[in-house]
Design a protein around this ligand. Structure first.
Ligand SMILES: Cc1ncc(C[n+]2csc(CCOP(=O)(O)OP(=O)(O)O)c2C)c(N)n1
Length: 326
């Protein structure tokens, strides 16, 4: 999409979402390092442009299934910060009453289902959603997010094969941050890109080489979503990005990362590059960015106060909401 088609409102929305996601994760990191009780957490620091640029391209009726590293996706989808944070802290005020935590976070009101507990259903469950959406016929699509490592699960083949055979409206987004815990996908697969696997299913596969460029991610996702929405079948969109930290807060990643690659991607940090572009190319003033930052900090202060003050769910809550409608 040509640059002039990006209105300032959209640019500022990109910035706000990326900044909010970064600060959401940095505060979780602070909480972890100061010994506060947290549920399982995977920080997306450095990868904010992927969740932000892609999610903005989807409609409310689309069913989105982010993976385990997806606070940016959830925030971009408009999930309430207080209940989202409460869920991460496993509190009763969480969107799922603290029973799902981060890996199984579901916000039905937003058509958002995190499939992050067991890697594999992130391909097969969205096939079911896509099957339903195809037969519903309203032009909505299912979106399956995954990491590079998860794309090596057998269910990748099962899901993609079925979606392709039935020409289902399913978009698979591989958020390729190079590592599955400590394993480099290039060593695991012998490949430089994973979108090329699309050929085996007779479907299109596209890679965005700089998935830290939020506008490039947005444009590529708009095109991919349009393709899938048109009824031609599924598609793979791969976003190359970089996990700046360790897999989880308990390790730093320094043991298995190439320092030169780390430096290359740190220079592409979306929270450094994008504000500079906003200033120099779009004439956004520092005060406008500061206003956004201050509002985000206030919102996060409130969310933390709310979530920390909340109680944990009573044990009997574990038996509620297991089947739809109860
Ligand atoms: C079936 C299964 N195997 C292993 C795991 C443990 N596990 C959790 S996250 C993860 C790495 C996933 O890597 P990737 O898909 O690249 O996503 P990233 O964490 O890099 O964002 C692994 C192996 C799991 N949750 N499920």
């Amino acid at each position: 999409m040509p640059m002039e088609e990006f209105g300032t409102a959209l640019q500022l929305k990109f910035y706000e979402n990326m900044y909010k996601s970064r600060r959401f994760d940095e505060r979780l990191w602070d909480a972890y390092t100061s010994g506060k009780p947290l549920g399982m957490t995977h920080l997306g620091i450095g990868e904010e442009a992927c969740g932000t640029g892609s999610m903005v391209a989807f409609r409310p009726g689309d069913i989105v299934c982010p993976h385990h590293r997806s606070h940016a996706h959830q925030i971009s989808r408009g999930c309430d910060l207080k209940t989202l944070l409460s869920e991460t802290l496993l509190k009763s005020t969480g969107t799922c009453k603290g029973k799902a935590g981060e890996p199984h976070f579901v916000d039905v009101s937003k058509n958002l289902y995190v499939l992050g507990g067991t890697l594999g259903p992130c391909y097969t469950v969205p096939v079911g959603f896509a099957y339903h959406l195809k037969h519903e016929g309203k032009g909505n699509i299912a979106v399956a997010y995954t990491g590079d490592g998860s794309a090596c699960e057998g269910a990748f083949h099962e899901g993609l094969n079925m979606a392709a055979a039935f020409k289902l409206p399913m978009l698979v987004i591989i958020q390729n941050n190079f590592f599955a815990i400590s394993e480099d996908f290039r060593k695991m697969t012998g490949l430089d890109h994973l979108s090329t696997r699309a050929k085996g299913y007779g479907i299109p596969g596209v890679t965005v080489e700089n998935g830290n460029d939020v506008e490039a991610v947005y444009s590529a996702t708009m095109e991919a979503a349009e393709y899938v929405r048109s009824g031609k079948g599924p598609m793979i969109l791969e976003l190359m990005t970089w996990r700046q930290m360790g897999h989880a807060p308990n390790e730093s990643g320094v043991k298995y990362k190439d320092p030169a690659e780390q430096a290359f991607w740190m220079a592409r940090d979306p929270l450094k590059v994008y504000p500079e572009k906003l200033r120099t190319e779009y004439g956004i003033r520092d005060e406008q960015l500061k206003e956004i930052q201050d509002a985000v900090e206030r919102e996060l202060d409130e969310a933390w106060a709310f979530a920390e003050a909340a109680p944990y769910s009573e044990p009997e809550v574990a038996l509620q909401g297991i089947y739809a409608g109860c």
